[in-house]
Design a protein around this ligand. Structure first.
Ligand code: SF4
Ligand code: SF4
Length: 147
């Protein structure tokens, strides 16, 4: 998965109704809202409905504005489900992620001073993936769900 230097990254499936399929709405969000994108998959069905899976990257506020714009244009948006995992060999137990985690999925064991990751609690908000200095926290996207 590409690094997103602008901070916020999402993978979404966009479904374009036939009357919107030919419009350059993705180029509009790139220009107007400073969102960069990579097309992971694109197809047009026999009913002329368009489907496009995109990796989007940009400032979080702009991402929300861009999604609102797409919805106004009649585009249906399905965010990809993500799960978060940790590479235990890379983690140096610095504790940075525990400060960001909103629901204590990441916590410091007071006895061992090691950071524990409870994947059952994790809501995949992605905050830890942005702060980890050694990139031990990963977002894994379920692409199957989008097909
Ligand atoms: S920020 Fe990264 S290296 Fe530090 S404790 Fe969390 S997962 Fe481990
Ligand atoms: S993705 Fe969010 S909820 Fe899950 S461990 Fe990271 S910071 Fe906590």
């Amino acid at each position: 998965m590409a690094d997103c230097l602008k901070g916020y990254r999402k993978i979404v499936l966009l479904t374009f109704p036939p009357e919107v399929s030919g419009n350059p709405v993705v180029c509009v969000i790139a220009k107007k809202y400073d969102i960069s994108f990579s097309i992971l998959q694109a197809q047009i069905t026999p009913r002329k409905e368009g489907h496009m899976t995109l990796e989007l990257c940009g400032p979080e506020e702009n991402y929300k504005l861009a999604m609102a714009y797409l919805q106004e244009q009649g585009v249906r948006i399905t965010p990809a489900a993500e799960t978060i995992s940790r590479d235990d060999d890379s983690c140096v137990h610095c504790g940075m992620c525990t400060a960001m985690c909103p629901n204590d999925s990441l916590s410091l064991d007071p006895v061992t001073r090691r950071v524990l990751f409870d994947s059952e609690r994790c809501t995949a908000c992605g905050m830890c993936t942005r702060v980890c200095p050694v990139k031990a926290m990963h977002a894994d996207v379920d692409m199957e769900q989008l097909h």
